[in-house]
Structures are given as structure tokens and as C-alpha cells.
Design a protein. Sequence first.
Lengths: 206, 206
Amino acid sequence: MNADKIPDIIIGRLPIYLRALQRMSEKGMKTTSSQELGEHVGISAAQIRKDISQFGEFGKQGTGYSIPFLMDKLREILNVNKMWDVAVVGAGDMGHALARYQGFKNRGFQVVMVFDNDASKIGQKVGDFVVEDTNKMVERIHAAKIKMAMITVPASAAQAVADRLVQAGVKAILNYAPVSINVPNDVHVQHIDPSTHLQRMTYYLD
Amino acid sequence: MNADKIPDIIIGRLPIYLRALQRMSEKGMKTTSSQELGEHVGISAAQIRKDISQFGEFGKQGTGYSIPFLMDKLREILNVNKMWDVAVVGAGDMGHALARYQGFKNRGFQVVMVFDNDASKIGQKVGDFVVEDTNKMVERIHAAKIKMAMITVPASAAQAVADRLVQAGVKAILNYAPVSINVPNDVHVQHIDPSTHLQRMTYYLD
């Protein structure tokens, strides 16, 4: 398995497969087929088989995939067979929501720090965290060796925050600000953009 | 152009192209090429040309695409050349964040109602809205002919809320709850799942 050889578009589908498998597992299912998985995620069975076979022979002709086994393999491939610490920058509504979000557990992530530059928010509790001063962000994140962060500041502040996260050693940023951010090539960015999801649905509406 | 003939995966890429074009436009750019657009969105130039050509001949060999023209066409195809009213269900942190989110303007969406079942929240202001009682949700959404909604309630309540939204005539749901929801075939669902985005990045981290 060579990371450089697997197209990014395939990597992007693996978390979707893993999520579907986790839901099947929660329902008590033990095995599945590429057909069944395909129906859950809206991707063809042939594509799923092709994607998964990039990493090895994880299924059996006739009996399909063992759900726990395939989940383990996908977790291993995606590096989420361990817990990643994540910093949240911006203690507004979205920062609060993420600090308290129940959907990170069992997916490999835990929020460990929340930052804001607003004096009225610094020192306040957000979920289990005390909001820390962004002035200490670079130092704190670097010392804790945190590699992932979520940006929930206003659009106008997002690039400056991203620059400081990069300086602190962060290598993966989930950006909730409605603006694009520029980072060095070795830093990964994903953008949460509800409008894009809504537009994907309006196509089908009258 | 026949909606039934365009694969969903292509439709899913159009909002991403539109977002990139809007950013280019905000920077003052007037024209672009499939190569340049491809670099912005991480999709091959050939794929972009193929996707866009499904809907007509919008570019010119040699000069590329007019950004305002292609934006207009994509908005028309995606049905966002008008404003869609959206209801938010759940006036917690995420509901607050969405009610105040600045990223809907110029994308074709406006939040018009916010609902919650918590007596301490009903009647409170969230952004420009007064939180309304979910008991009146079906009636209110139906009367206002609202077709889109965002669910930001806890996982345990999401399915019941979705059922009532469907009853009210909603045809497109953006689900922020960390759980899958079942809806009839004529209702569209998209799921905002930060863990999936984070997992897409951990693959590349050590």
C-alpha cells in the first residue's frame, strides 16, 4: 500500500464507507456485501469493490465483507485506530456546538482545547473546556503536539487564524468560516459549507 | 436537459464549481479555463469539461468560460437563481450558528423560521428570529410552503423531527444530527458530518 498511489477521491470515499459500516454494526449486522453497502451510501457496488481492493483483499466472493473486520481495516487505513486531539478556534455558536458535539466519539476525535480572542469569552466554560486566549494558541498547540484544528471564527479572521495554526504545527484544518483559506502544501484543509449541500438538493426541487 | 439523465455525482460537483467561480468573481476575475477551475477545486480539467457539457456548450475553445455567464447557468441548473426559504429545527448552539450564518447570502438561501420544543427557548430571540414551538411546526411550514429544513436537534430526536418535516411538505433536509434519518424517496437528505471530513485528512497525517 503506497499512500502516493491512491487517488484522493478514493480516500474521500473511505470515511463514508466506514460511517455506513458503523451504522450497520450498531444495528447488530455482522456481514455486508458491496451491493448492500452501495445502497446505503449511493455508490455503485463495482466502485466500492474497486476502492476497497486498492488496499487488499478484504472481502470474500459469495460471503461478502465481515463488518467488524472491514471497519478495523478502514480505521487503520484512515489512521483513526487511535484518538486525535483537535483544537477549536472560535468560541461562538459553532465553537460551542463543536465542543459539545457527540458525533466525534467513536470516530477517532476529541476536542481538547477551545480558543477565542474575545476577552469576555476567555476563561468562560464551553462544554468541558475553559476558553483560552488565542494569543497563547501557537504556544499551547505546539506544546501539546496537536495536529488538527477546526476554525469557527468570522470569515474576516479565518486566514490569520489559519496562518497561526500552521505556525503551531497543525497539519489538518476543518474550516467552518464561509471563506477559503490558503495554507502550505503539506497542510490539509476541508471546508464545511452548508450552502453547497443545500444546492445539491435544490437541483431536484421544483 | 433531462434531470433524470444526469448522474447524481455530477450534480454534486456543480455547487463546488459554482462556489469556486463565485470566489474568482469576488477577486475580479472575468474568465477562467477548465484547467484553472480544476486547480481550485481539485478535479481534473477533463472531468469539469465533461460535467459542464452535459448541460450545453457554455465555454469556447481557446477563450474558456465567461465566469458571470457560467455562474448564471449553474445557478439556473441548480435552481438557486431564486431565494429558498429554510427552516431550522433545534435552537441549540448549532441552530444559533445557522440562524446567524453569513454564508447563505448570495448562495440562494435564507433562514426564515427557527423551532425548538424547549419551553425555555420558545419565544427567545435567535439572530433575527423568535424561536417557535415545534408543536406548531407542521402547520407553520406547510402554510409558508417551505421546502427546505436543517435539523440540529440531538440524535435521539432527529428521526421524529424528520417525520414531521416530511408531513409538513419539506422535500430537502440538511441533517446536522450525528445519526442517519429515513425519509420517503421523494425527499432529499444531505448529512453534515465533521468526523467524515476529519477522517479524510487523517489518512495523510503521521
